[in-house]
Design a protein around this ligand. Structure first.
Ligand SMILES: O=[N+]([O-])c1ccc(O[C@@H]2O[C@@H](CO)[C@H](O)[C@H](S[C@@H]3O[C@H](CO)[C@@H](O)[C@H](O)[C@H]3O)[C@@H]2O)cc1
Length: 611
């Protein structure tokens, strides 16, 4: 049949006409293929064509090459797309990737502060407008690599900093997390009034489809254990962990990813009441519900103990697209068997595929399936780095300034004879970015382009000021030099997910000894690089000043901007800062609330040149 007569290929046709026309043409095999998302590591033009795959992803750190160029990314995505387009119906695939804090898998991309830092930004109440701008910048950098879909924002409400993903959460306070769903219109564009709430929206080829995750209660697990059990009543689930999904759906979010965690012992991937009953039927969400990576496998202990049961239960619960990522033939065979033997009704498959097609039509990927290099200029652009630097400035929280209020240490004088800068986190892009940066777990060293805090300090001080950098100075060295003051930058090493779960939240060595050796001898400001509140109480008295910098990303200049008074501190704690870990979980409003620094705390300073 001529192209012109294929209603689904005609962009002038109404959305539902296109969906209906395409659905009626599809075989069961083509429908099941649309529900499959595989990792790029096992994808190819041939695999896309043979198995009718609907989506491809980069799992954490999954890149076509080390320091892959924009061209390499675009060519890879286009090759998979050509495979999809060569199928009988030519349904384009969509490529998804994590954008946890910018386009974080891509070398040279702008890396913004992790969400916990963005949750510390303050206008009247958080800084949603800043986060929306970050979303728009991230969309441009993601599109530059040919990718139209990101697994962001994470709208977890982290209720226990022992959770290894706490830095992916904006705050312990659902009101801040709700405000930060402004990332969605930043990524996707503003939903027009004539587009019904609940219907996915995408505003053109410079925007990307978003993903609210992880549905629901991922930040409330027992002791913060990743992927564990959220033991809360219905009121707490719906008042703490659910509200940001209302905002996400109202803003037109295209997809929702389901959490690995359980609610009161029921795996979220198996929770039909909350996925189909509430999200789809009550909230009227018309986009795609996507599983997490091997989410079906992890429905059982041990994982994949009964994969056929997992497929049946997960798909019947309401999962529309399955992030396999590797063993896709086993999934396809299993789902085909279950449908043909009526364990899964065809109506469920049709609901899933309609949602997938709806998002693909709304994304315009039928009309614009292939990418080009026209947006290459956005990767790590000066404008985006300046935006990230602004975000860093607004994210820092000043917790102590002077051993007495009358003698504040900050802002530091740019002109001094000789200053000491100590701590490996001062001169390490990888450390200041944290997890989900280039590699899934992140890592130390010069892993991507950016400005270290040490470079930023050197850029900012007076040219006559001697800057002495020592990774791990001993007390003798510190005492034998006549330093005017010291800047100590210590903290956590990069981690992601379960690798970040911690029951003690101590500052890794040699951080504590650096604080002791330096702050015991000279005036010092300590800058903590961490994905969450950490155990600082034993050291605070020794410090003259204390700054929580979270995980600032590539633009370390934002830290120096505040230390030396070019801008004032404005950030406020998005998380309660505990005294000892045996107080945890402890959130604002709890009866046993006895923090070292309370939620919302943050000292301010005026810019040095303020009139
Ligand atoms: O070798 N091991 O020990 C190992 C352990 C666990 C692994 O599990 C996997 O590791 C990562 C990289 O392979 C994957 O990204 C995911 S995480 C998941 O992935 C989605 C897509 O990236 C994100 O949007 C979600 O927000 C996130 O929850 C999974 O946990 C892999 C390897």
């Amino acid at each position: 049949m001529a192209e012109a007569e294929l209603l689904y290929k005609n962009p002038d046709q109404p959305l539902n006409v296109r969906i209906r026309d395409l659905m009626r043409r599809m075989t069961l095999e083509e429908k099941i293929g649309q529900m499959v998302q595989i990792d790029r590591a096992v994808a190819s033009t041939e695999v896309m064509k043979k198995y009718l795959i609907g989506s491809v992803l980069s799992g954490g750190g999954s890149a076509p090459a080390k320091k892959a160029s924009v061209e390499t990314w675009v060519n890879m995505v286009n090759d998979f797309q050509k495979g999809a387009l060569s199928t009988r119906l030519g349904i384009p695939m969509i490529y998804g990737i994590d954008a946890v804090h910018g386009h974080n898998t891509v070398y040279g991309a702008t890396i913004f502060p992790h969400n916990i830092g963005l949750g510390a930004t303050r206008q009247v109440y958080a800084d949603p407008a800043l986060v929306k701008r970050i979303g728009a910048a991230t969309a441009l950098e993601v599109r530059a690599t040919g990718i139209p879909y990101v697994f962001a924002p994470c709208i977890a409400v982290c209720r226990d900093p022992r959770w290894g993903r706490c830095y992916e959460s904006y705050s312990e306070d659902p009101k801040i997390v709700r405000a930060m769903t402004e990332l969605i219109p930043g990524l996707q564009g503003d939903r027009p009034a004539n587009v019904r709430k609940g219907v996915p929206y995408l505003g053109g080829q410079e925007k990307v489809a978003a993903c609210a995750k992880h549905y629901v209660g991922d930040g409330g697990t027992n002791k913060g254990i990743n992927e564990n059990n959220t033991l809360v009543g219905r009121h707490e689930l719906f008042s703490i962990h659910m509200p940001a999904y209302y905002d996400s759906i109202i803003k037109g979010v295209a997809t929702v990813m389901v959490s690995y965690s359980s609610w009161n012992g029921v795996k979220m991937h198996a929770n039909r009441e909350l996925i189909t009953g509430f999200l789809k039927n009550t909230l009227n969400f018309k986009g795609i519900v996507i599983s997490d990576w091997e989410g079906l496998d992890r429905m059982t202990t041990p994982p994949k103990a009964n994969y056929t049961w997992s497929i049946e239960t997960g798909v019947n619960a309401g999962l529309d697209m399955i992030m396999i990522p590797y063993n896709y033939t086993e999934f396809i065979d299993g789902l085909t068997f279950l449908v043909k033997n009526k364990f899964i009704p065809m109506s469920r498959i049709n609901d899933a595929v309609k949602r997938i097609l709806r998002v693909k039509f709304v994304m315009g990927v039928f009309e614009n399936p292939l990418a080009d290099l026209s947006m290459k200029k956005y990767i790590g652009s000066k404008e985006h780095r300046e935006l990230a630097r602004e975000a860093v400035r607004k994210s820092l929280v000043l917790l102590k300034n002077g051993k007495s209020e009358k003698r504040p240490l900050l802002p530091l004088p740019k002109k001094a004879t000789k200053i000491l800068v100590a701590g490996i986190h001062t001169n390490n892009i990888g450390y200041q970015c944290g997890g989900w940066t280039i590699d899934w777990q992140g890592q130390g060293g010069n892993i991507t382009l950016g400005t270290t805090i040490l470079t930023a300090i050197k850029n900012t001080v007076d040219q006559e000021t001697e800057v002495v950098y020592q990774e791990n100075p001993d007390a003798k060295f510190v005492k034998s030099n006549k330093f005017s003051y010291a800047i100590v930058v210590v903290g956590e090493h990069p981690y992601a997910e379960t690798n970040g779960d911690s029951l003690n939240l101590t500052i890794p060595d040699p951080g504590p000894s650096i604080i002791d050796n330096v702050c015991g001898a000279i005036k010092c400001v300590v800058v903590i690089i961490s994905g969450r509140p950490v155990a600082v109480k034993p050291y605070v008295a020794k410090m003259d000043a204390l700054v929580a910098a979270w995980l600032p990303g590539t633009e370390g200049q934002g830290v120096a901007d505040l230390l030396f008074g070019d801008y004032g501190f404005t950030g406020k704690l998005p998380h309660t800062w505990f005294k000892t870990v045996d107080q945890l979980p402890m959130n604002v409003g709890d009866s046993h609330y006895d923090p070292l620094f309370p939620f919302g705390f943050g000292l301010t300073t005026k810019p040095t040149n303020a009139t």
